[in-house]
Design a binder for this molecule. Structure first.
Ligand code: PBG
Ligand code: ZN
Length: 323
């Protein structure tokens, strides 16, 4: 029934009316906050292009986690930055590695906070690639062994969920098998299922000190042009035993999030990555945009597209605004 019978503006007249008809609601429990953990004590070093985000030693990480829990944020995802890196990423699957120790400390000091771990090798290899380099390219099947071993050490340390971010073929199955064999059949896997080879990861690589020393990640991460291939990647991860499917980055890939939500009956997560955060922060600092409003609008868009879980560097700020 067209105008003048139908007047959509009737339902936009007042804040109360707009509240009543709002379709998408953000909650602090939707958010996961990424943390970068370094060796040492008392360290809290701000990341240049990511204001308000720090590389932190374990003691500082624990303090930060108490704040995050008090805000009602859904959880944290841990990235380890080891002192020692080598060709075989040995720090990634060391029972006493940086992430493994951090998990134990957080679980002891901040019980009840959901701890997720990023499972990848790029922070631990001397060359910065996500797996074993053989003849100039990452060897898929050797890398699977490292990933599976790392996931088991995370679970043993007390991680609530593991999140493989490497994009090797078959990693979800390899991790599921190893977890089950080690007695962790209850540990869920949140797969970075559709992870694109993106320029939006720039600031993260400074934060995690994981820039590849040669080449790029295009033989394992996806071509940004491909949506149907993303559906294939997600279907495979689901078949291999993924419990949650993630799309990454988020805002430039809302179409992928929506298609994933329509097709797959599992929770969909999206990672609002470092470059998405940095561009909003930078423009806000220049006074060119309203940073708080753009933060909330971007998060609302990601949730509206179908992601009920959002990994975001805004987790704390957005939760503060919501409460
Ligand atoms: C590691 C990993 C990356 C991110 C999450 N896990 C970087 C990469 O693949 O180069 C990016 C996160 C961000 O940009 O915030 N595989
Ligand atoms: Zn990686």
């Amino acid at each position: 029934m067209p105008f003048p019978i139908d007047r959509p503006r009737r339902l936009r007249q007042s804040p109360a009316m707009r509240d009543l008809v709002r379709e998408t609601h953000l909650q602090p429990s939707n958010f996961i906050f990424p943390l970068f953990i370094v060796e040492g004590e008392g360290i809290r070093k701000e990341i240049g292009a990511m204001p308000g985000n720090y590389q932190m030693s374990i003691d500082e990480t624990v303090k930060e986690c108490a704040v995050i829990k008090a805000l009602g944020v859904g959880g944290v995802i841990l990235f380890g930055i080891p002192k020692h890196k080598d060709e075989d990423a040995t720090g990634a699957y060391d029972e006493d590695g940086i992430v493994q120790r951090a998990i134990r400390a957080i679980k002891r000091e901040v019980p009840g906070l959901l701890v997720i771990t990023d499972v990848c090798n790029c922070e631990y290899t001397s060359h910065g690639h996500c797996g074993k380099v053989v003849d100039g390219d990452v060897d898929n099947d050797i890398s699977l062994e490292w990933l599976a071993a790392a996931a088991v050490t995370h679970a043993r340390a007390g991680a609530d969920m593991v999140a493989p971010s490497d994009m090797m073929d078959g990693r979800v199955a390899a991790i599921r098998d190893s977890l089950d064999e080690a007695g962790f059949s209850k540990t869920p896997i949140m797969a970075y299922a559709a992870k694109f080879a993106s320029s939006y990861y720039g600031p993260f690589r400074e934060a995690a000190e994981s820039t590849p020393q040669f080449g790029d990640r295009r033989t394992y991460q996806m071509d940004p042009a491909n949506a149907r291939e993303a559906m294939k990647e997600m279907a495979l991860d689901l078949e291999e035993g993924a419990d949650i499917l993630m799309v990454k980055p988020a805002l430039p890939y809302l179409d992928i999030i929506r298609q994933a939500y329509d097709r797959f009956d599992v929770p969909i997560a999206a990672y609002q990555v470092s470059g998405e955060f940095s561009q909003i922060m930078a423009a806000a600092r220049l006074g060119w945009i309203d940073g708080d409003r753009m933060m909330m609008e971007s998060l609302t868009s990601i949730k509206r597209a179908g992601a009920s879980i959002i990994l975001t560097y805004f987790a704390k700020d957005a939760s503060k605004l919501l409460s």
